[in-house]
Design a protein around this ligand. Sequence first.
Ligand code: FAD
Length: 429
Amino acid sequence: MIQHDTVVIGAGLAGLSFAYHYDKNLPVYESNDIVGGLVRTIDYKGCKFDLAPHLLHLRNPYVRELVFDKLGLEVETHKRKAHIYYDKVIIPYPFELNLLNLSEKTKRECLEGLNEVKHLTREEELETRKGSYRDYALKCFGSGIANHYLLPYNRKIWDTDPADMTCEFMSHLITVDKDKIKQNAFEENTDSFGYNVDFYYPVKKGIQDLADIFAQQLGNIKLNTTAKFFNTRNKTIEMSDGTVVKYNRLASTVPLQSIIRNSDRDDLKPLADELVYTSVYTVNIVIKGKVPDTHWMYFPDKELSFYRISYPKNYFKKATPNDEQIIAVEVGSRNHSLSIDQIEQKVVEEIKRMPIFQIDEIVFVHSIKIPVAYCIYEPKRPPIVEQLITTLEKDGIYQIGRYGRWEYSSMQDAIMDGKLLADKFRTND
Ligand SMILES: Cc1cc2nc3c(=O)[nH]c(=O)nc-3n(C[C@H](O)[C@H](O)[C@H](O)COP(=O)(O)OP(=O)(O)OC[C@H]3O[C@@H](n4cnc5c(N)ncnc54)[C@H](O)[C@@H]3O)c2cc1C
């Protein structure tokens, strides 16, 4: 048996950040043969594919200084070009502020719906966020905008009826400005909106660079080693290589549901089993030809199987060796055992029919599955997550990161989770 005071499970951003901030020589156990978790870039046939396109929106000054100045991540800054494809036209994001070029029927329905909703103060709007996402969308934006865009798009990305979802995932959204929505329905909009007006992307290997700059600082990462069984009562972990590791404190980025399922806490398993999530299937279609001049696009249309397409070559020149383009298509599903071949086939057929591409040749297709991608915000989620996390903490297991805490969060949040846990441990040492 190997004994350590503090052990890290997972070399994704949260685990790497924790070890970086607490003790650079801590053992970090990782299932994969490479660090990064979701922040990985795969080299295949000369192309570079993120597991799903990952763009950096670093607003936190601490994280910016750490990543850019201390760790020296080299990035290019891009002015966001994000669009929506609807009514057979491409309009800028966000939908509600760019109704101008939609069909007359859609525009009329959106404006009529908006006129039916009462003006809400910021406080009243926040109050509506305590109900379901469906109620929020209808009460704040009216039936037109809700039914043409907000509800069908969110139904697709979460593969969940918006009436069954809470609004907790919405921290970034902007306040509804009815006057601006109406004005922009009749004249060209020149402003940029939203939380991600600029973004950064690494210049060397892809988003993998971000994980690598943390990993380069650490001295004890153990790849190809899965923590298979957590015995919380005697504080030991059975590893896939047969070793048993005894710990005093564990910084765990293992998905909350999975750590409970693979533990001696049979009493908590029924609760953990109630947590729901989507898998994401990224279908990367490498083509010779042309794609729209944008970075990514949202697709609310329920006839299409995917919710978003990114164009990595438009922000990362090295994504393909020559002038090929990548159409990176994301499909989300709560069915975790879909055949990736069938998804790929369907997506390729849909893409070939879309008028927004000029496809001279499909060079090859490379698809990737993210088994646990979006944790779904149902009303039962908060008490379950709270109970599981606090119970584990009593046994010295500290859950961090997007899946450790079972939430919708970003790369920046994962880095901060690791730092904050390190601060907490140091205070208690
Ligand atoms: C489709 C998609 C698109 C996204 N796009 C963006 C974006 O554009 N910008 C942004 O900021 N964020 C984005 N994110 C979010 C971002 O990927 C995450 O917030 C962040 O990577 C989470 O890091 P983590 O360390 O918490 O988890 P992970 O990256 O999942 O890392 C956990 C690690 O633990 C390992 N592990 C798990 N269980 C075990 C075990 N039992 N034993 C050993 N190792 C184990 C895993 O292999 C993994 O390496 C996106 C997420 C998704 C799903």
